[in-house]
Design a protein around this ligand. Sequence first.
Ligand SMILES: Nc1nc2c(ncn2[C@@H]2O[C@H](COP(=O)(O)OP(=O)(O)OP(=O)(O)O)[C@@H](O)[C@H]2O)c(=O)[nH]1
Ligand SMILES: [Mg+2]
Length: 387
Amino acid sequence: MRLHVIGLGGAGGRIVDRLAADHGHERFLHGINAFDTDAAALDALRSVDESRRYRFGDAADGSGLDGDLHAARRLGDAHASELGRAMDDETPSAAEAFVLVVGLGGGAGAGAAPALAEELSRLYDAPVYAVGLLPTPAESAESPESTADEADSARGGASESGGRDPRRPLAEKNAARTLDALSDSCSAVFPFDNDAWLRPGETLRDARGRLNEVVAERVAALFGAGDSGEAESTPQQVLDASDIARAVGDDGEIAAVGHATQAVDPPESGSRFGLGLFGSDESAAVDASAAVSAIETTIRKAARGKSTVEVPDGRADRTLLVVGGPPAWLNRQAIADGRRWLADETGSGAILSGDAPEPDGEAVFAVVLRSGIDEPARIRELRESIA
Ligand SMILES: Nc1nc2c(ncn2[C@@H]2O[C@H](COP(=O)(O)OP(=O)(O)OP(=O)(O)O)[C@@H](O)[C@H]2O)c(=O)[nH]1
Ligand SMILES: [Mg+2]
């Protein structure tokens, strides 16, 4: 689908930069912007074109807002329509969805995201989704002698890339308030639980390259699926924007994304099976049992592997299954079986599903999107910080 992605604040900017680096030339990435009050943070981006970076809020004097959510909300309200206009030369009216990417514990991004979401909803019919990074407990820990510091000294002090995370005493409260605001202003919210993706002893700063790659990859896998543009490979049910909209609803509910891939032989590169026994039809070149096994494995891993946010008991009211890869590998029977297995696994009455054929793909992949889930533990903790 045609997606317009907007990164807000430091974290949002870095993640859209990663998306631009890894997926910048793919068709689904219809528009991309990075917005921040912090000139240096925008400057540090590498892959988002300079014309797509925009500093707003002169009142911030070119700096970040150091976690001041009140000031950031005021700036966001004052500048939302200006931000909307900064997207105009990328034909936002043609976008089929907007995704705002934002670190929920900060100032600039978290403050501006709800106002921008409202502005985009007012101007366009496409749904506005938010990808929200959840702060780690260490960021707002009472004592500066937190695990981050211990990890630091264990390595012999702060290094260029590593080192302690900036303390953000208000991160959890900011996140709770921003989650509320985004569920009012967005069609759905996709939390990403930073802490759950850290390795023992690792700080967010150490890990952010890897984490941002995961976030960018899942955004691309979900919203870029089915958009390879090869008309000749049109399968029965290519995933489209309305499938995702149906799965996540428009009430600002939380959704979780699981993803898995398995490398496979591209049929063209001649496969282990066949010298064209069945003519030039490439589907003849894939062994059915290999295809069935690849599909089954990726669906299970996408459902049971680490999700963007932990889903209590894996249960969901609505589940969307996307299976993609080279068309010859998309075994219909295996996908149907996987759908049944997933209905059982999630307790969802029916599984929505879509194909994502990638004629030049080198892997089979599955995305499992759950919506209508019980509140994840980390989100409950965050909400309790303002209860
Ligand atoms: N996954 C990920 N999370 C990040 C990254 N940087 C920061 N975060 C998280 O996002 C939150 C907000 O940080 P920033 O995005 O730097 O904040 P900001 O929007 O620039 O706000 P101010 O600088 O306070 O004006 C932090 O509390 C972290 O939890 C990153 O690169 N990747
Ligand atoms: Mg900042």
